[in-house]
Design a protein around this ligand. Structure first.
Ligand SMILES: *Cc1c(COP(=O)(O)O)cnc(C)c1O
Length: 214
């Protein structure tokens, strides 16, 4: 079995989606996975995503998983399928405006901070809830809010990671029942090479895996 097939077989019982993380990988490496049937790839840098979008087959579905600066939104909106890393209301507003100019609706996830480390990007959950109560969001008709995304702490202690993923699942349920009672709000993007097994056990619907399959 290839590395991809091994990971696919570990994910299969959970019916989650494998988002291949192709950042820093050469086109040839990406094509090796493409030739095995993988069609969902993700990048953390807008420029690299745009370059690979141009160079690689057009039936690839590209996701952005890294922090997005507002001045890069224009580059990404026409070509991206899902932005996992929306971490502020201002960014969501900017994406919405650009999507409107492109006559499209852009799928996004709300990235929520899980670890105590303040440097990490993402919404503070309490602040997010407050902004939802003020109903900033309802005018954003050109974005589809499809769920949440989180990054577990860099730790060798599985119980910490599990606790963070449980927390994200709880955040998801709270947002779903109080603010997003729509079918489209269904994704929980969590888990990377080191911790995707725990993420699946805790309810991930998308796992973002790079080093393990490349
Ligand atoms: C790099 C990256 C991944 C994948 O990490 P691996 O350890 O290579 O699987 C997942 N999510 C984000 C946000 C990343 O930046």
């Amino acid at each position: 079995m290839t590395k991809l097939q091994i990971v696919q077989s570990q994910i299969a019982p959970y019916s989650a989606q494998l988002v291949a993380v192709s950042k820093l990988q050469e086109n040839e490496k990406i094509m090796l996975l493409y030739d095995q049937g993988q069609r969902v790839f993700s990048e953390n840098r807008p420029q690299e995503l745009a370059r690979k979008y141009n160079e690689l087959p057009k039936d690839i579905e590209w996701h952005l998983i890294g922090h997005l600066q507002q001045n890069k939104v224009r580059m990404i909106v026409p070509i991206v399928h899902l932005i996992h890393s929306v971490d502020s209301f201002e960014l969501a507003k900017k994406i919405n405006a650009e999507a409107k100019l492109n006559f499209k609706k852009v799928n996004i996830l709300l990235q929520i901070k899980l670890s105590k480390e303040e440097s990490k990007h993402g919404f503070n959950f309490t602040e997010l809830i407050n902004s939802l109560q003020r109903d900033f969001w309802s005018e954003l008709n050109n974005i589809e809010i499809c769920g949440v995304m989180g990054i577990g702490s860099l730790t060798s202690e599985p119980s910490i990671t599990r606790q963070e993923f449980k927390q994200l699942k709880n955040y998801f349920e709270e947002l779903k029942s109080n603010y997003f009672k729509i079918n489209e709000f269904k994704e929980i993007s969590m888990g990377m090479s080191a911790d995707f097994q725990i993420a699946l056990e805790e309810g991930a619907t998308m796992v973002r895996i790079g080093s393990l399959i490349f």
